[in-house]
Design a binder for this molecule. Structure first.
Ligand code: ATP
Ligand code: MG
Length: 268
């Protein structure tokens, strides 16, 4: 099982769109995936057709009121699970301000349940602000996937999020193992700027950039208002295709990184 945080302190860069549609593409190809909506805006929840309801979020597991299993919602789509957000998540920072272990709450909430959980991937959809919720996600995750919008100053933003990841590594001693990868979003092949951002990322993070690129697509923008992932809303379109490619690339990277199975010694 792998826990991946979708994070970028920049707002509106495609974190939620990537969390939901990457999860749907993984699920569709048989990899059971749980999306945890950590954003009080609840965009990931509504994109999967679920309303943010009081008591429904991961916060209740962090506070010990509920078990992880109790919070999991089965979406209408096979292998795709969700822990929705709830409005109270907006008060999380204040709520836990005096609590010394506040940055470890998500990690501590997930850890005891992981072995009993029948999923391959957990995708944590982070809010844009660098608050306690985002830090909790970075501490709990095995790695961070950074959606990067192809725009001016994209690289400065990338420098900031990688700096945050390093700082958390230093401060908490619970390092996110690093950057899973950077995925370019809202890419417009006709724009020099998109090409320039791509070239810059390759120059600075040559091994981190996913080859799969998410194009700017009206359908990707529409799908959330129908409460469906793009793989369902516009299954044959460019958006769905790009997220399927991203899913395949992610899975391939995991199997490349996994230790080779031990070879049985030949019988004497
Ligand atoms: P926030 O920081 O507010 O959580 P975010 O990083 O999660 O934002 P999204 O909500 O995924 O970003 O995307 C921002 C907006 O851009 C949304 O309206 C979304 O539908 C739209 N969008 C995201 N990706 C694409 C795309 N590839 N093509 C067209 N529209 C997109
Ligand atoms: Mg979002």
């Amino acid at each position: 099982m792998k826990i991946i945080a979708l994070a970028n302190q920049k707002g509106g860069v495609g974190k939620t769109t990537t969390a939901v549609n990457l999860a749907a593409a993984l699920a569709e190809s048989g990899h059971a995936t749980l999306v945890v909506d950590l954003d009080p805006q609840a965009n990931a929840s509504s994109a999967l057709g679920v309303h943010a309801t009081e008591g429904a979020s991961i916060y209740r597991v962090m506070s010990g009121e509920r078990t992880l299993q109790q919070q999991i919602v089965q979406t209408p789509w096979a292998n795709l699970l969700l822990i929705p957000s709830e409005p109270d998540l907006a008060a999380f920072d204040l709520e836990v301000a005096g609590y010394e272990q506040r940055n470890l709450m998500l990690r501590n909430a997930l850890e005891p349940h992981l072995s009993g959980l029948n999923v391959e991937y957990i995708l944590l959809d982070c809010p844009p602000s660098l608050g306690t919720l985002m830090i909790n996600a970075l501490v709990a995750a095995d790695s961070v996937l950074i959606p990067l919008q192809c725009e001016y100053f994209a690289l400065e933003g990338l420098g900031r999020i990688t700096g945050v990841i390093e700082r958390i590594k230093g401060e908490t001693g619970h390092p996110a193992q690093g950057i899973e990868g950077i995925v370019l979003t809202m890419f417009d092949i006709r724009l020099n700027l998109s090409q320039q951002v791509r070239a810059d990322v390759i120059a600075h993070f040559p091994e981190k950039l996913f080859e799969s690129i998410i194009p700017r697509s009206i359908r990707l923008g529409e799908a959330p208002s129908h409460g469906k992932p793009i793989t369902v809303y516009d299954s044959a379109g460019a958006g769905a295709t790009s997220y399927r490619l991203l899913a395949t690339e992610l899975v391939k990277r995991q199997s490349a990184a996994a230790p080779a199975p031990a070879v049985a010694a030949p019988a004497a």
